[in-house]
Each structure stands twice: as structure tokens, then as C-alpha cells.
Design a protein around this ligand. Sequence first.
Ligand SMILES: Cc1ncc(COP(=O)(O)O)c(C=O)c1O
Length: 493
Amino acid sequence: MKSILSLRNQKLLKPFSVNRLSQFHSFTKNSFPNTVYNSATNSNSSTLTQSSVDTQLDVETKINTFSKYIINTYSRPDIIISKGEGCFLSDSSGGKYLDFTSGIAVLALGHSDPGVAKVISEQAKKITHISNLFYSEESGDLAKLLVENTIQAYPQGNVGLYASENGKPSPRVFFTNSGTEANEGALKFARKYGKIIAKEGKLRLSKADMLVSDPNLKSNIHCFTGGFHGRSMGALSVTPNPKYQNPYTPLIPGVTCSLYNNINELNTFVDERTCGVIVEPIQGEGGVNIGNIEFLKALRKRCTEVGAVLIYDEIQCGLARTGKIWAHHHYPPECSPDIITCAKPLGNGFPIGAIIASEQVSQKISVGDHGTTFGGNPLGCAIGKHVFSRISQPEFLDSVTDKGVYLKETLQKLAEPYLGNQIVEVRGKGMIYGIQFANAPSNIVELARNNGLLLVEAGKNTIRIIPPLVITKKEIDLGIDILKDVLKTVFQK
Ligand SMILES: Cc1ncc(COP(=O)(O)O)c(C=O)c1O
């Protein structure tokens, strides 16, 4: 373990930010400027001030003990995060941080949201779990809410999920406990769908006859470079990153992969043997890469031609992150998916995910085809209903768009002096941005953290900016000020 002392000593040349952060926090706790949502999402009484704090030795001792019991899959800094409120976190030794990671795009409503806390407390006293052997009000209500809002928010949609067979599009929902599980289920649904349509001989293309005689041949799944879909065997098999995949080969068979945003390649690889294609309309972990409209149009067209299920993994970019309920709502209807997978912000920190599948796909799934013990439990669904009701409000989405424009402009200004040299580009949409550097930015992340700003890396040499969606412009300014001084220090400008 690195010495905490050495990390703590590594403040900026100008030791401003920790002071500035605590002043800011005590200022904001009584006067959040962003009226509608902050009055609903931030309590007046700050809980960030702790009564007892760990000494550096305490922290070191605790971390040494924890590391003896926790499997070593993450490289963590030498701090113990103990509390959160709104966009701020505090550690056990009294350090405060502005959180530009939101638990990897999870805390849309910020930390310790009072509304979410109330739902958790009330639902825990009512019912938390019954299993999928029974219906519950909570899962039924959340499924209805997800489906109806998705359809209403995109009236121009008329293909895939939005196609109406009997006058009204009727997608259906399967609840999961995580994003990975949502993708895993979606891949299974695509396999089942492929098998059935191959058997029915419904494909128009040349190899259709061959597939009817052996429907297992229509089982390929296509994915794209830079995509991240999870770490279980199926989801990992469509996450083409050697660092994640190599320790676990052989992966599941029948996976093809082509370059993200390359139309020629997708038309070569996606063929009659493909049952499903999985893609993020905006890649998160891969470095915040935006799918081109023409690419997603071509993908939709190709999937329809060959009878493959188009799965949009909106686990990171969906659920209001870009200022619309779904990232694909920024695209024309010709880009619509057959399945959406989502998770992260749906529970604002409580684990819940969902697969939203078109009528065409969900009709092909029968009793016993898929299952889960915890997925869709009343506690998760009550929280999901509360969170989704708030983040899907037009005022909320407009505030994300407005602050997103501000954040983008501010980041571009920040990057300007370094563009073409230390910084390659700033890209993103709404409240998800990537600053791509010429070299690995881990020293920037570390120095920012030591000065009260939490950041997360992504893709190649990229820092991801994914703050809670309730962040205010003042809080954005605070974070950018810290980052500005960090860049000055690191690049000596
Ligand atoms: C786009 C995307 N898909 C899937 C996942 C996996 O979700 P989870 O970690 O909830 O299993 C992630 C997680 O970062 C993600 O960003």
C-alpha cells in the first residue's frame, strides 16, 4: 500500500482546493441555486461533517485489514469513503470531495437523496422480496412506467421497439439486478428469437434455407470495438477488450466484432447467421465515443434485413444522462433498437436493471426461458419507480440539457490551451464527457483526488466526466477550477 502520508502531501503547488471545497459545501447546503430539483433532492442539514475522524494511521490499519479479506480486483486509493450528500463525498479522515464520477454514472439524483431514502425506508417496512413466483404492484408499476414513458417520449418511433403490430407499440420488461445481467438476458433473448425465426423460414436472404434445417446456425452475436457490456461470460464475450477477456478464454462461441462507426465492416460481419447485435449508442467505458447517425441507421437496416435483434446497451448513456430518457432518442426513428438494456441510475445506487424488449422479441420468450431470484423485487422496483418518475420529468431532462451545454463549454475552454498537444479532444453529450489526453492521465486523476475532485478514467488515455445529474453550475465551476489548476501543475503551463 502506498503511504497515505505521501499521497496527502501531494497537494497542488497552490493549496487552495480543500479549503475552497469545504467553504463551498457549507455555502451550498443552505442555498442550492438550481431551484426545482435541488429543493427536492438536497436536504438542508448537512451530514457530511463527521463527529469522529480516523487518523492517517487508523486509515492505513483499516485498509491493510480490508485488503486481507477482499479479492484484489481493483486498484483503490488509500482513502475510505464514508458519507455522501448531493454531489459531495467525505472520507473517514475528514477529507471532502466533489464527485464527478457519481459511482460510475449511477447517482443521477446525487448521494443520500432524501426522496430515495424515504422510499427505501417505507418499502422496507412493507415488503422487500417475494421472488418472481408472484406478481407485485411495484414491479408491475415500474414496468408500465418504463414502457409508457419510453413510447410517449418518442412519438416519431415506428420501427423495432416502437413498431405497432396492433395499433400501439407494446414492449415488455424483464427486471435484473445489474447491467451485466440485463445484457446477458438480452443476448439470450436474441438467441431464442434467432432460433425461432430461422425455423419459421422467415428470412429473405440467400442462406435462409440452410438456417431452417439447422436453426442453431443463426446464433452469432455481433459487437463493436470499444464496447463494454459487462463481465459475466456472455457479456464479456461481447466486450472486445483483451485486458478483460484474455484471462478467461475460451469465451462463448459465435461472437463477431467490427469497428465501431464503420458501416462497411458491419455489413460484412452482420449476416443471416447473426441473431443479435449489441451496441452502445454512446460508448462510456470505451472512452465516451458517440455513435454516428449514419452508422446506427445502417445497423438498424442491416439487422432488419438479416432478422437480427438490435440491442442498445443504454446502461451508462441512458436514463437521462444525455438530457433525454434514452440516448437513442437523439437519433432518427430509423435508428431504433429492438431491445434496450438499462441499469445504473435506475436505483440511484440500489442494484436494479431492466431489459425492455419489443413485442416481436418478447412474444418469443416463454415461461421458463429465463429467470432470476432477486430481479424485480418490490424494494428495487419501488426505488426504480421513484427515481424514474423524477428523472423522466421534462423539467429534469431540460435541466440536464442546459447544464450539459454549460459543462461542455466549460470543458472546451479548459482544454483549449492544451489542444493538439497534451489534450487530443473533448467529446460527449449531455452530462457524459471524455477528455482524451495524449498520454495516460492517471497522475491527473490522482492529483485531482488529492485536491478534492473525484474523476474516473475510460478507454484510451481518457478521463470521463459523469457527475450526478443534479449537479449545479456552481458545482461544475468548482470542479473545473480544481481540474484547471491540476492541468496547470501537471503540464507546467
Ligand atoms: C454500457 C455498460 N454496459 C454494461 C455495464 C455493466 O453493468 P454492471 O456493472 O451494472 O453489471 C456497464 C458498467 O459500467 C456499462 O457501462
